[in-house]
Design a protein around this ligand. Structure first.
Ligand code: SF4
Length: 722
């Protein structure tokens, strides 16, 4: 198919300083958990986007010195020759695909905990971080200022040596340069504090020095937060950001414009629950109105029409994407080829971000099971090899996220026939009803994308309204059977805190309900007062609280954990979720575990001091969001009752299970599970994942011998009496 001419502007080249981007697609700096220590994973991950049509791809935040060490999280680092060498692989691979390579130079100031380096970070004022616990900076004197500026210059030279085309002096998300600009962080009374001109001085001088050092070879990018949403204390658009842009515009080749500080950066990396595509546009347009340089900006862009509007209306020059490029690295190519229905749109769940927030294992993506697997598993999001056992029929029982993904990939791998059988009248499983919870409409893209793809595959047949028992499976005639029957919420209060049921919890009673009973079965929630017992820790409990409160119920959330929905701190949804529930008058009770549920209420005890401290919350209804269980009856019957030999005698050569049927986890994990099995369906034992390549240092035997020799010499020396 051909590109729609209305999208042509997205493919026009644009000059940024000494470099030319071949089109308007830019992968904004974002973390992936690889840093400089896993150089091949890093390079393959970014290069996939370049292969998919991105004109430029950036590192994640790239530390310029051990003083800016973000351990326990993973950043890139450009501290020494080893880092130059490692990051040069990424640059070379991007260049192979005709893309520019960008490096986001980062100094965290008080936000850098330096847990590995044990250095003391420097900052404009000695204040503790508002993002990390127990992390302080040393207040910079003039010598410190000059030394840190030199760190930027040295790092920029190393970035140039590695092959980077674009070098950032990164400030936004409240890192050092923007700390100087912002009264919240800058309490100085010298020429680096006070007036806008003084607060801008550190950043202006640093940009100037970096430009002088590498500006003829590299484009200079500046990433600025135009509003921290903190009132007077934070950076403000009119007072700080726009005057700053005007002050340094001549030194900058491209502006990267966003909003928020780091302590509430979900205002920038916006969950779809709270913000639509293009949320930052008014701030980006404001910078565009005062700058003569190209402006790029994020906005969770997945819709090409919206991208075109942003450019044609003069609000942006370059479409910057983070999450949409993770969800679909081939977004530009698919727009270019007019294949819009093949775009795997980001759902804005922020599961990718949660991995960085937790501390830096490789990122994962709900929509794209191959994200982060480009090098270590060799997975390509758009290319699939014909399976060695493609002459088999496969029966997939259950068309939830795992079953859909598995059937889709098996179809793309050319299996003779894939039968996707579902008891309900349509595909989707839990993802048919989860998007009906408040704010989660975009999550329906999980189903929509796969439905469209499955419809296109001639060798995949969807069979709705069909419930198979074990005999039905055996009679079906497929050689390979994959059970993807999902999971369900416990009906008896079984939970991860006590590993036991809750006395009185029985969802067959009118006053006790599970999420499915409310959302799928339409069971009425009696009365006005509802207690939600949440030991899940993610979105289900709070989403039901919001829904029921919006319907006029008086809601209490009761949890044995220290926070409600603690995982939503990692997905950046927590602050706005708390705001919403607070506005709706939802009562929140933490550290309390129910000991008894009755028709009139829930009795609970403090988890650490229960004796004699029980309290009862009056309630007309109790909702159990305690834990999920696998729906594994079919699998167990096939495996345990029939057994492998009996199945083989009936023509079933292989039996597997995937997704929540194996263990109820994140939707991202369910989709990965289905994808992984389909990718490895022709491996020696598909039930067990193939080993993946691990990037780690394994000392060779010579190095080990050297170390042992040194140890022996030292021990002999220490054994000599003085
Ligand atoms: Fe988008 Fe969710 Fe994937 Fe992140 S994990 S890229 S938010 S779909």
């Amino acid at each position: 198919m051909a590109r729609n001419p209305k999208h042509d502007v997205l493919f026009e080249p644009i000059q940024i300083g000494p470099k030319t981007m071949k089109n308007r697609f830019y992968q904004i700096p974002h973390c992936n958990g690889f840093g400089s220590e896993r150089p091949l994973s890093q390079a393959y991950f970014r290069a996939m986007k370049a292969e998919g049509g991105y004109a430029a791809c950036c590192t994640e935040y790239c530390s310029i010195s051990p003083e800016s060490d973000d351990t326990h999280r993973v950043s890139a680092r450009i501290w020494d020759d080893g880092d130059i060498r490692n990051l040069s692989i990424m640059c070379a691979m991007l260049h192979e695909h005709g893309a520019l390579a960008a490096c986001e130079l980062w100094y965290g100031g008080p936000h850098a905990p330096c847990m590995e380096s044990r250095c003391v970070p420097r900052g404009p004022t000695q204040i503790p971080s508002d993002f990390e616990y127990l992390t302080y900076a040393k207040e910079m004197d003039k010598d410190d200022i000059h030394e840190v500026q030199q760190l930027y210059v040295d790092a920029a030279k190393r970035a140039r040596e590695a092959g980077f085309d674009i070098v950032y002096v990164y400030g936004s998300h409240s890192y050092l340069p923007q700390q100087f600009l912002t009264p919240y962080y800058n309490h100085r009374t010298d020429e680096y504090g006070g007036s806008l001109e003084n607060r801008a001085r550190f950043w202006r001088e640093t940009i100037e020095q970096v430009k002088n050092a590498v500006g003829s070879d590299c484009a200079i990018a500046v990433r600025i937060s135009t509003d921290m949403f903190m009132g007077e204390a934070g950076t403000q658009l009119e007072r700080d950001a726009l005057p700053f842009v005007e002050l340094v515009d001549d030194l900058v080749d491209v502006w990267d414009v966003n909003v928020s500080g780091i302590s509430e950066w979900g205002e920038d990396a916006t969950p779809s629950r709270f913000y639509a595509q293009g949320r930052q546009l008014p701030w980006q347009a404001a910078v565009k109105s005062v700058s003569k340089k190209p402006v790029l900006g994020v906005g969770r862009w997945t819709n090409p029409d919206a991208m075109v509007d942003a450019i044609n209306s003069g609000q942006l020059d370059i479409i910057a994407t983070c999450r949409p490029s993770i969800s679909d690295p081939f977004l530009p190519q698919k727009i270019d080829e007019g294949r819009l229905d093949d775009i795997r749109e980001c759902i804005g769940c922020n599961i990718c971000i949660s991995r960085w927030e937790i501390g830096g294992p490789p990122l994962i993506c709900t929509q794209n099971a191959t994200a982060g697997e480009e090098y270590r598993r060799g997975w390509h999001p758009e290319r699939f090899e014909r399976a060695a056992n493609a002459d088999n029929d496969v029966l997939v029982v259950g068309a939830g996220p795992a079953g859909m993904e598995c059937a889709m990939i098996l179809g793309k791998r050319g299996m003779r026939r894939v039968h996707l059988v579902e008891a309900q009248d349509d595909m989707g499983g839990i993802m048919r009803w989860i998007p009906q919870l408040p704010g989660l409409g975009e999550w329906a893209r999980v189903v929509n994308y796969r439905k469209i793809q499955i419809d296109k595959l001639k060798n995949v047949e969807f069979i709705p309204d069909t419930t198979l028992d074990a005999q039905g499976v055996k009679d079906y005639g497929a050689e390979i059977v994959i059970v993807a029957t999902g999971g369900y919420w416990a009906t008896d209060g079984l939970n991860g805190a006590t590993h036991d049921t809750i006395p009185g919890a029985d969802a067959s009673l009118a006053h006790i309900l599970t999420p499915e009973q409310i959302m799928v079965e339409g069971k009425a929630v009696p009365g006005e007062r509802v207690v939600i017992v949440d030991n899940d820790g993610y979105f289900m409990g709070v989403s039901l609280a919001e829904k029921l409160a919006l319907e006029g119920k008086q809601v209490t959330m009761l949890t044995p954990m220290g926070h409600i929905a603690p995982y939503m701190h990692f997905t950046l949804e927590a602050p706005n979720m708390h705001r919403k529930l607070h506005k709706l008058g939802v009562e929140i009770v933490t550290y309390h575990m129910p000991t008894k549920i009755e028709a009139g209420g829930v009795t609970a005890a403090h988890v650490y001091d229960g004796d004699g401290h029980e309290r009862t919350w009056e309630a007309d209804a109790t909702v159990l969001v305690t834990q999920r269980r696998s729906s594994e009856a079919l699998f167990r019957e096939l495996k345990d009752v029939d057994g492998r030999d009996a199945l083989a005698a009936e023509g079933v050569a292989a039996l597997y299970r995937i997704g929540d049927c194996e263990a109820p986890r994140l939707t991202a994990d369910a989709i990965f599970s289905g994808h992984r099995l389909a990718r490895e369906i022709d491996s020696p034992n598909p039930a067990v994942p193939l080993p993946y390549k691990r990037e780690r240092r394994v000392p060779d035997s010579d190095a080990l011998e050297d170390d042992l020799r040194e140890l022996r010499v030292r021990r002999e020396r220490e054994a000599v009496p003085v």
